[in-house]
Design a protein around this ligand. Structure first.
Ligand code: NAD
Length: 267
């Protein structure tokens, strides 16, 4: 039985994780944590997620909770992720990171910590999205240079980063397959007199609004045809189920930096 701590337990993903965990025979909720000062501290975490009480109270002290935990699942903000990374490093615990919007320095800190502890870091824990990443590599390798690549994503009005971590990951998958570096060829939005499209670029467009859980479409636009690979999430459950699958998979693994492609055996 994998003992799981959820960091960000009062949030949208945290609550979805607690609901999913309740039906998971291979894992149990060992701790539920959120930031110091969060409104619901001290309340029963399962009740917060709309379930019968489990006796696990929402706390804010991750280091104190860690001795009774095998894996931490983090869906918070980058500062929460960095604090979790240091706490897990100190106590040699496995960490599943779902938080997006991390900068290059923070990603480097994750890679460094993964030399000592097992870390799974994925911009998207949905199994369907990970299958799409594989399809994108095949499409990019086979279609090659003659196709313009554009990535369109839509999310709910509360999302604070753009483009989504998943859209960036999709861009990286295509760029890698084409032998490019995303940071050299990404165009984030267009406005005004842009000139003709440079065939080496990968364009991104972002839509924000309503309660859209997460839509991503990658277009390969060629002469006389276009290929579109789309994924549409209709609830957060698929991310929660994937993250939990990653947590069970990660427990007891050797130190290393893994992602959902590793968990699903898609590499
Ligand atoms: P949310 O705002 O509903 O929840 C975030 C929770 O984290 C809140 O309860 C907040 O109080 C808590 N928090 C913030 N800072 C903290 C800190 N320093 N320490 C402890 N807790 C802290 O957000 P959400 O919709 O649940 O998304 C959370 C993160 O997960 C975002 O970065 C989002 O983009 C990402 N996300 C990733 C995936 C994926 O598959 N990788 C899927 C969905 C969302």
């Amino acid at each position: 039985m994998t003992r799981v701590a959820i960091l960000g337990a009062a949030g949208r993903m945290g609550r979805a994780l607690i609901q999913t965990l309740a039906a998971e025979p291979q894992a149990s909720l060992a701790a539920a944590l959120d930031r110091a000062g969060a409104a619901d501290l001290g309340r029963d975490a399962s009740a917060l997620a709309g379930l019968p009480e489990s006796g696990v109270l929402l706390g804010a002290d991750l280091p104190a909770a860690l001795p009774g935990v095998d894996v931490v699942i983090d869906f918070t903000r980058p500062d929460g992720t960095m604090a979790a990374l240091q706490a897990c490093l100190r106590q040699r615990k496995a960490l599943v990171i779902g938080t997006t919007g991390l900068d290059a320095e923070q990603k480097a800190a994750i890679a460094e910590a993964a030399k000592t502890i097992p870390v799974c870091f994925s911009a998207n824990y949905s199994v369907g999205v990970n299958v799409c990443l594989r399809l994108l590599r095949i499409a990019a390798q086979t279609l090659g240079e003659g196709y313009d690549v554009e990535i369109v994503e839509a999310h709910h009005r509360h999302k604070v980063d753009a483009p989504s971590g998943t859209a960036l990951r999709m861009g990286e998958a295509v760029a890698d397959a084409l032998g490019r570096k995303l940071e050299d060829c990404a165009i984030y939005g267009r406005e005004g007199h842009t000139g003709a499209r440079d065939g080496n670029t990968i364009g991104f467009a972002t839509v924000r609004g309503g309660d859209v859980v997460g839509d991503h479409t990658v277009m390969f636009l060629g002469e006389g045809e276009r290929v579109e690979i789309s994924h549409k999430a209709s609830s957060r459950t698929n991310f929660a189920r994937g993250a939990l699958r990653a947590a069970v998979w990660l427990a007891g693994r050797p130190a290393g930096l893994y992602d959902m492609q590793d968990v699903l055996g898609l590499k």
